[in-house]
Design a protein around this ligand. Structure first.
Ligand code: ASP
Length: 434
């Protein structure tokens, strides 16, 4: 009980850190570049944030691998793995489709691109030429990396090098395979291996707990660094676009997930939002679903009583392939740029965009700005000028924070949905820990 209280206090502290970080970041922003300000940011603030990010990334591979092996072995048989996997992927696809439709509704109704002048458009494109060119070069590799590249991403030649590169799809594939194989061998032998992986995964969760104790200060540091570098001037030019994206995020975050919690998972909506606070704050601070993964797994287990066999299975898969916020953002960004350039996208084009975004969001890396190369490639295939990305790059850090929050909330919702299907008593745990 004492531990639960400390956990709750920490969630509140992280939230306060987020707000204080935003205020200090804003002060730094209007203070403007200069030796003292830049020195404080570089030598004091930024190392604190970097330490936090690195510490979280440090735990991702051992935690995901070990807990997934144990999780699969606990599922009992291959059929269960297939059944849960199928349900989870369907859940992720349907929620992402909803997110895309919300994005499409907002961008087509408000049409923020119509109000951007040709002058603003041309000067942004000219100012960002180099940055856009390098992103465009990256995006040309995107199509191949989706197919047939997916085969290479999933089936590794050497699991150690894939682990070193944090290639999540390969890690997930091998962990599931190993878990299934452990089910097939002599029980006495597999028991030893399973308890070994179980101990490592438990120890990783303990380490995540230690890292999260530092989160209030570290999240504040990450926010200060991000906000102090926002281009507030650039923001004015595309204010309506920012508003539309944020409205889309908020709708999916508060409406779609509330409906899922109320009618499908059947837990109190208020408890859901209160208890996911550590996940939300970490995602907001880091802009990375991958870095947030350890926090997501730990929070689901501690705050909702999600069993390891479910969290270890659904969260890594979700953080890698389920990107509701990203998909929502991509539709708005692509159509916004089309509006600014006066490119009319037909109904068929819009439909293609929906499908394209739905599928390509799977290939987006869960790191800051991971979606930008994929977005450029989607735009190019619809005849939207890729150079237009220049208009939104300057404000993307802010929107990236929001979409990462929506992405990880979707992962948490997926784990809760599976728990519900598996008859886990989530309400019992919530009452016990209230
Ligand atoms: N930053 C996002 C994430 O990690 C990916 C993106 O949309 O850029 O979930």
């Amino acid at each position: 009980m004492k531990k639960d209280k400390a956990e709750k206090n920490n969630s509140t502290k992280i939230f306060i850190g987020l707000i204080i970080g935003g205020i200090i970041g804003y002060i730094f922003n209007i203070w403007g570049a200069g030796p003292l300000r830049d020195g404080i940011l570089k030598y004091v603030v930024s190392p604190v944030g970097i330490a936090f990010l690195r510490a979280l990334f440090m735990v991702v591979v051992p935690l995901v691998f070990c807990s997934l092996v144990v999780g699969v072995a606990q599922l009992g048989n291959v059929q269960n793995v297939g059944r849960l996997g199928g349900r989870l992927i369907s859940f992720y696809l349907i929620t992402t489709l909803f997110a895309v439709l919300i994005g499409q509704f907002f961008i087509s109704t408000v049409r923020p691109g119509d109000g951007v002048s040709a002058e603003t458009r041309d000067s942004s494109v000219a100012a960002m030429q180099e940055q856009v060119a390098s992103l465009q070069a990256k995006s040309t590799a995107v199509n191949d990396s989706l197919w047939p590249g997916l085969v290479e991403k999933v089936i590794p030649k050497n699991i150690i090098s894939e682990m070193a590169a944090t290639n999540m799809l390969a890690i997930i594939f091998v962990a599931i395979l190993l878990g299934i194989a452990l089910l097939a061998i002599d029980k006495n032998k597999s028991k030893v291996a399973i308890s070994f992986f179980d101990a490592i995964s438990d120890a990783c969760i303990v380490i995540v707990g230690w890292i999260m104790r530092m989160a209030p200060y570290c999240v504040a540091a990450l926010i200060i660094t991000a906000v102090s570098n926002f281009g507030l001037e650039v923001m004015k030019n595309v204010a309506l676009y920012i508003g539309v994206v944020i409205a889309g995020y908020l709708t999916h975050f508060f409406v779609s997930y509330s409906l899922i919690m109320k009618f499908i998972v059947k837990i109190p909506i208020k408890e859901f939002y209160k208890r996911i606070l550590p996940i939300v704050s970490t995602a907001f601070g880091t802009s990375s679903s991958s870095a947030t993964m350890p926090t997501t797994i730990r929070t689901l287990e501690k705050n909702f009583g999600v069993p390891e066999k479910i969290s270890s299975f659904s969260v890594p898969l979700g953080a890698t392939v389920n990107m509701d916020g990203t998909a929502l953002f991509e539709v708005i960004a692509a159509l916004f740029i089309a509006q600014v350039f006066g490119v009319e996208i037909s109904l068929t084009g819009q439909f293609t965009l929906v499908i394209l975004v739905l599928l390509t969001s799977i290939g987006v890396a869960g790191v800051p700005g991971g979606s930008i190369p994929i977005l450029i490639s989607a735009m190019a295939s619809l005849g939207i000028p890729p150079a237009g990305i220049a208009l939104i790059l300057g404000v993307d850090r802010l929107l990236d924070m929001g979409r990462t929050v929506v992405n990880v909330t979707g992962d948490a919702a997926g784990a809760l949905y599976l728990s519900k299907i598996e008859n886990v008593d989530l309400n019992g745990h919530i009452q016990e820990t209230s």
